[in-house]
Every structure is written in C-alpha cells, then in structure tokens.
Write a protein that binds this ligand. Sequence first.
Ligand SMILES: [Zn+2]
Length: 116
Amino acid sequence: MAIVAFDDPVMTARALVLHDLHATGVADADAVSVLEDAVAQRAWWLEQWPDGRPFLTGLVAQDVQDGLLESAGRWPLCSACEDSTHALYVDPDLGGPDPHWVCEEAGLVVARVGGL
Ligand SMILES: [Zn+2]
C-alpha cells in the first residue's frame, strides 16, 4: 500500500476509501461521486467537531458503503470467504481510530480501510 498520510484528514480519508474502491473494481463515476459527497459532508462535520478527526476515515467508508448500497449494491464484498456474496463491515462501527474491514460471518479482520 503506497498511500501517503496527508496532513489533511479529509484528504487522507478520501485517498484511503478511493483506494478501496479501485482495489475492488467499483471505482466508476457514480461510486466516485458517492465518495465526493461523503467527503464533502464529513469535511463540514469535522469543522463542527474537530475532535472527530480520528473517526473520519471510518465514517467516510461507512457513508460510501451506505451510498453504494442504494445505487450499486453491497460493497465491499467479502474477499475472505468462499461464499463472497456478503459485505464487509467497518470496525469499529460508527467510526474510530484505525478502522478495519471485517467479515462478521467469519469473524475475521480482512484489511485496514485503505488496504483492500
Ligand atoms: Zn466473509
């Protein structure tokens, strides 16, 4: 993974989630626009609550996951199980430092957010 840790947490979150969209082959124009919307909303949110900085990447990942569910379906699909029709989840839920993608069915940590 060759992602620079930007000083700007909003740019970092954007880069990490964009990486995962590319890695899973779903980074089309619609998905990127879902990401841009999430990033714009969370940038505003961070201005209201600067202490939320460590939560930003996990929240953007969940926002994109929710946004894609409405348009494109479940994302990201599990890469750890043979039956890969289920989605991974962000842990810790509702954001937290150092977020990871987890498979709840197998109880596995699959990758860091940004490391798919
Ligand atoms: Zn799984």
